[in-house]
Design a protein around this ligand. Structure first.
Ligand code: ADP
Ligand code: MG
Length: 277
């Protein structure tokens, strides 16, 4: 069970000639096991850098990242960290390591030196969790984008992680593929896995229990979706509100009184009916 503790973290990229880009500036927050967090912010706000710091791909320039109490800066325990925190990236084609689906999913546990019988068990379990067991013997490159991303999630699941980070993992998918991934992610969260979803889709962020908003490498808000979408912070971050919240704001300018943002169209309709009584 992993708690993430990010304390005073800054990260700078060296870009030659002694020049640096400060991608993250003095970030602090904790994530408890089982949370469903969305991380939002404009392009370049530091989301992917933060994702890579959380599983030890990057080490903070300043401050500490603790995963289940383990400092990611400690070389001796870096594999523990990588096992606990898995990342699914934007482009599934860059993540595949084997031609056949089940071999791809087995790759992670094989590298950990896990006994054959347990690998088989893990691969079965992971493919089932993403609804891809029927496709286990197929060629990865022949799958649809959504299926490929489900295999990538299975590959992470086979490591039995505590935390899964999705870094714009649905951005190349059509709406149907996106919905499928979101429903899988919800189930994984209900099974106790911590989810951190980095997304440009605010309707996806609305599914989280908590949203962190990044702007220019700093956290400018950390709150529930209802609070975030009802505040000015999205505007400040240069982000659009999800549609139900946009409509509620328009209605507020026309005599309605939404105190918090509706997260779904259903919620919006119910509140409108309530207020018209
Ligand atoms: P996001 O994922 O929110 O779009 P990133 O974490 O990718 O943001 O980038 C944060 C900042 O760091 C941006 O200014 C970006 O240009 C810079 N950056 C990201 N990756 C590199 C890199 N490999 N080398 C130099 N600068 C980078
Ligand atoms: Mg990014």
């Amino acid at each position: 069970m992993s708690t993430l503790k990010i304390s005073g973290v800054s990260y700078s990229y060296s870009i030659g000639d002694g020049k640096t880009i400060r991608a993250l500036k003095n970030i602090s927050f904790d994530v408890e096991q089982g949370e469903y967090l969305a991380l939002v912010g404009m392009n370049g706000s530091g989301k992917s850098t933060l994702a890579k710091l959380l599983n030890g791909l990057y080490i903070p320039s300043k401050g500490t990242v603790l995963v289940d109490g383990i400092d990611t800066a400690n070389d001796d325990t870096i594999f523990e960290v990588r096992k606990k925190v898995g990342i699914v990236f934007q482009n599934p084609d860059n993540q595949a390591v084997a031609t056949i689906v089940e071999d791809d999913v087995a790759f992670g546990p094989e590298n950990l030196g896990i006994p054959r019988a347990e690998i088989v068990e893990r691969v079965n379990e992971a493919l089932e969790a993403v609804d891809m067991e029927k496709h286990r013997e197929r060629t990865f490159s022949k799958l649809s984008g959504g299926q490929k991303q489900r295999v990538a999630i299975a590959g992470v699941l086979a490591m039995r992680p505590d935390v899964i980070i999705l870094d714009e993992a649905t951005s190349m998918l059509d709406p149907k593929g996106r919905r499928k991934i979101m429903s899988i992610v919800k189930k994984l969260n209900e099974a106790g896995i911590t989810i951190i979803n980095i997304t440009h889709h605010m309707d996806e962020a609305a599914h989280a229990n908590r949203i962190i908003v990044l702007k220019n490498g700093s956290i400018i808000a950390d709150n529930t979706p209802k609070e975030i979408f009802a505040s000015k912070v999205m505007d400040e971050a240069g982000l659009k509100l999800p549609l139900p919240a946009q409509i509620a704001n328009q209605l507020n300018e026309n005599g309605f009184n939404f105190e918090s943002a509706p997260l779904t169209l259903n919620e919006l309709m119910e509140e409108i009916c309530q207020q018209l009584k």
